[in-house]
Design a protein around this ligand. Structure first.
Ligand code: PMP
Ligand code: GLN
Length: 405
């Protein structure tokens, strides 16, 4: 290389601006980390939440037909009309709220994009956003990117006669003030499986009457609730629906976590702002998948078969774990079961998860990862999250392995 070329590179390098991370404390998510451990030790992966079986072949057929027939070009920015109509029907049937197909429903790239676009559109610098711990990992970094401030309120952990985490409405009320822009609620709750009750909606209505905050509802597990529970969504109450953004996904409902199709429903003025972000973030979402899902929803009762399917799997795992030293907690919904590991020792949850993967060959997720500081004593309750969206044979093999501990 001649000298002037070398000099050029040197000068260029010297002129590089300092790289300032917007998320300095963020690394790979716990799901990627535990996938890596699972792959390394060839563990049965009950960590990241995804089914280990194929979606319904009828769904695959209609999506293939949609792709063959076309269109395969950009979908409308707000989503394919047939899918928005199917979402409106589904939300009316389950959540009990009628959303306008053109003004209030937007198809997004998974629940992740719906949540991210909502937070970026609604949270301004210095706004406070209340998160309930344990909280799904996406919310806090997105609030940071929006310039907002997270205010984290812990659920009461299990123990002392309480069979799972429980909402503490007094603590939530104490965290809300005139700077609160958003309260994020995720029910059925990942990771605890907790669902909302009418009394929770009463408490929320009382709070909403006192402060003008918005509510971001992550209902990604809406179709997976057990033991004949009646589904409770804040949007069923008109006073609350006015300030709610309802987010969900087809990932769990149709067992297609790799397709990344979700949506959000919100009053027109709120949807308008969210769409401004969505249109520049992704513009629009995969056309044939949207079309195929719309066709499938019009001819299948898939959403109704999920709760019984996963209830059987939950019961199989709970029953199997009775042969081990692991103690399952009550699980009301989702496809996650929390398991108490205290009989195995008192390591922090992350170490325990790694130990289970290495010693028993079963990968799980430490619940502490859903807290602001996973190492803190308040984040460690000796609990691991097991995903039971797995073939019966996978669950049985995992139980067999866990019996050695
Ligand atoms: N919210 C919760 C509570 C989740 O568990 C997940 C993971 N499925 C998401 C949002 C993200 O959903 P999606 O894969 O559709 O982006
Ligand atoms: N929602 C999935 C879970 O909780 C993870 C999705 C992801 O890896 N971001 O397991």
């Amino acid at each position: 290389m001649n000298t002037s070329r070398k000099q050029q590179i040197f000068v260029k390098t010297k002129q590089m601006p300092t790289l300032l991370s917007k998320l300095p404390n963020v690394g790979d998510t716990i799901f990627s980390q535990m996938n890596a451990v699972a792959n390394e030790v060839q563990a049965i992966n009950l960590g990241q939440g995804f089914p280990d079986y194929q979606p319904d072949s009828d769904l695959l057929d209609v999506v293939c037909q949609a792709m063959m027939r076309g269109p395969n070009q950009y979908a409308p920015m707000i989503g394919v009309p047939a899918l928005r109509q199917a979402i409106a029907n589904k939300v009316l049937a389950l959540q009990g709220r009628q959303y306008d197909v053109d003004q209030e429903i937007t198809v997004t790239s998974g629940a992740s994009e719906a949540l991210s676009a909502s937070i970026l559109a609604l949270v301004h610098p210095a706004d406070e956003v209340v998160l309930i711990d344990p909280a799904y990992d996406l919310y806090a970094p997105m609030v940071t990117l929006a310039g907002g401030k997270t205010v984290r309120v812990a659920m009461t952990p299990p123990g002392g006669g309480q069979s799972n985490f429980a909402l503490d409405w007094d603590a939530i009320a104490a965290a809300i003030n005139r700077n609160t822009r958003l309260l994020v609620l995720n029910f059925p709750h990942n990771p605890s499986g907790l669902t909302l009750r009418d009394a929770d909606l009463d408490a929320l209505e009382q709070l909403a009457a006192q402060h003008p905050f918005l509510i971001l509802l992550d209902e990604a597990y809406e179709h997976i609730v057990f033991d004949e529970r009646v589904y409770c969504s804040p949007v069923a109450r008109p006073q609350l629906a006015e300030r709610c953004v309802l987010v969900s996904s087809f990932a769990k409902t149709l067992q297609i976590t790799g397709w990344k199709i979700g949506y959000c429903c919100a009053p027109a003025a709120i949807s308008k702002e969210i769409r401004k972000v969505h249109q520049y973030m992704v513009f629009s979402v995969n056309t044939p998948l949207q079309q195929g899902i719309a066709t499938y929803l019009s001819q299948s009762n898939a959403t109704q078969t999920l709760s019984p399917l996963y209830q059987r799997k939950r019961d199989r795992l709970v029953q199997g774990l009775s042969k081990t030293r692991l103690q399952p907690l009550r699980c009301e919904g989702t496809f996650f079961l929390l398991v108490d590991t205290s009989k195995l020792g008192d390591q922090q949850e992350r170490q325990m998860a790694i130990r289970l993967a290495r010693e028993a060959g079963v990968a799980t997720i430490p619940v502490s990862a859903f807290y602001e500081n996973p190492q803190a004593a308040e984040a460690n309750h000796q609990l691991l999250r097991f995903c039971f969206a797995k073939q019966d044979a996978t669950l049985d093999a995992a139980i067999e392995r866990l019996s050695v501990l």
